[in-house]
Design a protein around this ligand. Structure first.
Ligand SMILES: [Zn+2]
Length: 501
């Protein structure tokens, strides 16, 4: 059986195993293929890594390292970035994770022109970061075990609720002694101020189409001022909104109590998001971000999952597939880059979650064309409808599949009669759907194009073809299906002949 067939017939099993685009050995539990190297690619990536390291903003404890070597294992889709211990941070926190994702996406931009990559591993004197900061691995293991235990007890974590978090927002920096955003503005986009509009869009579509209540941690009402900062409340990071709403739940929003770190409230902000999702026993956690990388050349949509969590990877795979479908349904974004598979990076927002959790990096604010897309409400709506659809398909065990119309046979119909022709299609269209019937050519008589709307997914889609006149003739129809989101099939053509009996 091919993988494609497996995906069609047992989507749920496959979803649990890790998704169709994950390497075959992950699905089949075979040993991974031997590493496959391209020495020229390694040289190029190492050169690019040097360029990135020259410019990257250092975090506390780091010295600007000159020793860096990148090796790309093409067969397994794994890129390894080897640094020395000078590049270890004093402490593992969000600035360090951000720096790692900047380096990762800066290098993936080049690596993925050669082959797909799904994982980036950083080594410091040959050891992963968890070796130096075992508490990170402990938190990762604890969250994974808690999630597995919940699923064992009740199938799914199960409150019927979804958690949607807009990334970043203002936090108080004890280095600058003022309220700051953790992201610079690029191409007119300030990430933490952009993401709430994405969260609002996603919340509305999840409520409507997945029929689930949605928890959002940041304040959503416009106009109210957050007195300590003087900024508007909606611009403030989740940590402060959670503290207002749940003053007694310090385990959610005050996880660095007693710390003297300058970014302790930013750290609390990152942690507070998954901890609030856990508190609500949400079914799913979706973190909305835009992406950044220093060269400004990387583009497109990425979804990030925690390494070693196959359920999350399957969800991410489905979300990417549906985002691609919806984004590409807009003619101006028909060629927009959407990653073919999720990327596994260790991130605080996913790491602490007890439920499947993904970070959606909708586009790169560091690229001018991507930034323009991020600011376009049409793009935003399509991207977020894609996220919801990907979640819904995954949650109901359905495979994401391209909307296609089966070929239609030529038909002969006696004059002054009609024929019902069933129309079969594949995919997961959003109803109502419209069957467009256009005229490619018309010989003898009048050929009238039409659009027929179908409201009910449980009713068959069909064509009623009429031969009203008394004379013979032939029409060549050009037909396609269009769904409520504007997703269309390719055209199919077929002949209808009206014949004298
Ligand atoms: Zn972000």
């Amino acid at each position: 059986m091919t993988r494609r067939n497996q995906r069609r017939t047992i989507p749920l099993l496959l979803a649990l195993m890790g998704g169709a685009l994950w390497p075959a050995h992950v699905l089949a539990a075979e040993p991974p293929p031997a590493a496959e190297r391209d020495p020229e690619l390694d040289v190029l990536l190492t050169q690019k890594a040097h360029d990135i390291l020259e410019r990257v903003r250092l975090v506390d404890g780091q010295a600007r390292s000159r020793r860096i070597e990148v090796s790309a294992d093409i067969a397994n889709g794994v890129m390894t970035v080897a640094l020395d211990r000078n590049f270890l941070p004093a402490d593992y926190g969000p600035s360090f994770e951000d720096q790692r994702s900047e380096i990762s996406f800066g290098l993936l931009h080049w690596a993925e022109q050669a082959a797909p990559f799904s994982r980036v591993i950083f080594l410091y004197d040959g050891k992963e970061i968890e070796y130096y900061f075992p508490e990170i691995k402990a938190a990762d293991d604890a969250a994974r075990e808690a999630g597995e235990a919940l699923r064992r007890i009740r199938g799914m974590p199960g409150s019927g609720m979804a958690f949607v978090a807009a990334g970043h927002g203002y936090f108080y920096s004890y280095k600058d002694n003022r309220w700051v955003t953790s992201r610079d503005e690029w191409n007119g986009v300030s990430e933490g101020l952009l993401t709430p509009s994405y969260a609002e869009e996603l919340k509305a579509v999840i409520e409507q189409r997945s029929q689930m209540p949605v928890v959002r941690p940041r304040v959503q009402i416009m106009g109210a001022t957050h007195p300590p900062s003087g900024e508007e409340w909606w611009t403030i990071a989740a940590r402060y909104a959670i503290a207002e709403q749940y003053p007694g739940e310090t385990k959610i929003w005050n996880t660095y109590a007693g710390s003297a770190l300058w970014d302790r409230e930013e750290r609390e902000d990152i942690n507070s998001r998954p901890l609030l999702a856990n508190h609500h026993r949400a079914e799913v956690a979706i973190h909305l971000h835009s992406n950044g990388e220093p060269s400004g050349t990387a583009r497109g949509t990425r979804v990030i999952v925690q390494p070693g969590r196959p359920m999350d990877a399957a969800l991410a795979q489905s979300v990417l597939c549906s985002m691609k479908e919806l984004i590409h349904s807009l003619p101006e974004y028909g060629a927009f880059t959407v990653a073919p598979a999720p990327h596994a990076l260790n991130k605080g927002e996913n790491r602490e979650a007890h439920m499947p959790s993904i970070i959606v990096e909708t586009a790169f604010h560091t690229n001018p064309d991507d930034a323009k897309a991020l600011l376009d409400p049409g793009f935003r709506s399509a991207a977020m409808r894609g996220v919801e659809k990907g979640y819904r398909l995954w949650a109901t065990g359905k495979a994401c599949e391209t909307l296609t119309l089966d070929p239609l046979p030529d038909v002969q119909i006696p004059v002054r009669s009609s024929l019902i022709v069933p129309v079969a299609f594949k995919g997961n269209p959003q109803y109502p759907v419209v069957l467009e019937l256009g005229v490619a050519s018309c010989v003898g008589g009048n050929c009238t194009p039409s659009d027929e709307e179908f409201m009910d997914p449980s009713r068959p889609v069909q064509l009623e073809l009429l031969c009203n006149g008394s004379g013979a003739g032939t029409v060549r129809w050009r037909t396609r299906l269009r769904d409520a989101d504007g997703v269309v099939t390719e055209y199919q053509e077929f002949n209808q002949s009206c014949v004298l009996t």
